[in-house]
Ligand binder design. Sequence first.
Ligand code: XMP
Length: 510
Amino acid sequence: MDNILILDCGSQYTQLIARRVRELKVHSEILPWDVGIETIKDKKPKGIVISGGPQSVREEGAPSVSNKLFDMGIPILGLCYGMQLMTKLMGGVVGSGCKREYGRTGISIVDSNAPIFSGITSSFEVWMSHGDHIDQIPPEMHLLASTHEGVPAAMANEDGFFTGLQFHPEVVHTQHGIDILANFLFKICKCQGDWNLGDWIQRMVVVIQDQVKDDSVVCGLSGGVDSTVAAVLTQKALGERLECIFVNNGLLREGESEGVLERYKRLNLKVHYVDASEVFMRSLKGVTDPESKRKIIGETFVRVFEKEAEKIQGAKWLLQGTLYPDVIESGHTGKGAAVIKSHHNVGGLPEDMDLEVLEPLRDLFKDEVREIGRLLNVPFEIIDRHPFPGPGLAVRCLGELVTDRLDTLRAADSIFTEEILRTGLYDKMWQAFCVLLPVRTVGVMGDARTYSEVVALRAVESQDGMTADWVRLPYDLIDKVSRRICNEVRGINRVVMDVTSKPPSTIEWE
Ligand code: XMP
């Protein structure tokens, strides 16, 4: 199997390089910049990428690599800081000062025969993020491209075996970025491109077995894609030694706990089901403030989970479905031990739990996890389902959480979902749900005056949940949903629609 090593000098984009290499169907492995040369040799890489990094190569103690790296007969690609490091080690000059560039920059290719730029137009836009720049490229190298400001943007030796790029080809804002990486992998390193995520699964199964040894693992399942895929993968590695806990907090959607349990049964997962609805309802009695609701739900979850986990004999590990974006958000990237990450899907687990954390998905992005889930036969109802917040319907049932109001919301929400599924729009949007407002309005039903609550419809499209726009649903669909909700759900006499984007609103109402 072809292997590309990525030497991490601390860039926020290192995982993105690995991801792009995976997209091109080549296996890659990230190692810290100070890994020994013998380890590198043992890995038999087809190529090495030196990543970017936040420091200056001119600083004392900044990440560096051994000069011996250049004597191994292995192609090397230096990106940003990596290019500057190559420059320093190969006898060029790196300067600092007025030529800083951040964001989009135009570059022009001056050597169109360079293998790294094979098949690429002569001028294009790239993503830069550097303070230092190359003042003088090393004697062995020649210029391949420069920015419109005259800063060296790319360099290589005669056969392109050693190539440096001042910009980030791994970032989507760089035009032809993926083609440039493909040129490195296939034209320079001669990789085959025959690796796939199925191979990743096989490798990770062995990693989990080596890590956990003969111990047992406990996992909090939410019914969502991340925790389910993590569990199915770990089950493949450990079988019965994985025990899962699924807590029903009474804030799930209609039929959800039954549906989730049935799906887990099909997956042969060993699940401890805890119906803690009453405990949650008691803790939430009289609470209307959104932040207090979230806090109480988080704390109650921890108590319920801990109590159940104590029943599992010999559990030494806590499995979590943490993904790379969660790792970035919590700042736990690069070298250093994993800290317990309070995964918001399971409400946040306490740091003092006497369990080690197992996070097999922590290097992956959501779409890769979905793909792995498909390969592991995780049902599509889990893989393709809309995101559902950890605090559940609590953040959609505005005002006090009482069972009657939650049931009303559940009934309205299930009508909305059913109609969206019927129109085939479900997979085309990020999320759609109902919100129950603590507002009563006057209506008339069968000649009688009503004074009932209001349901708001919320449907959004989004790439990552960070920003979102409201979906322009067909009028016929809105009409049908509105009529069905007023006719079929007791206690509702008015339906409105949320037509705000994020920002200024958030997707959830609380
Ligand atoms: P907001 O409301 O912040 O939501 O625009 C962005 C996305 O995150 C989901 N969300 C949550 N997911 N735990 C979760 O697991 C939470 O506490 C939580 N709050 C919001 C929300 O559904 C949307 O997709």
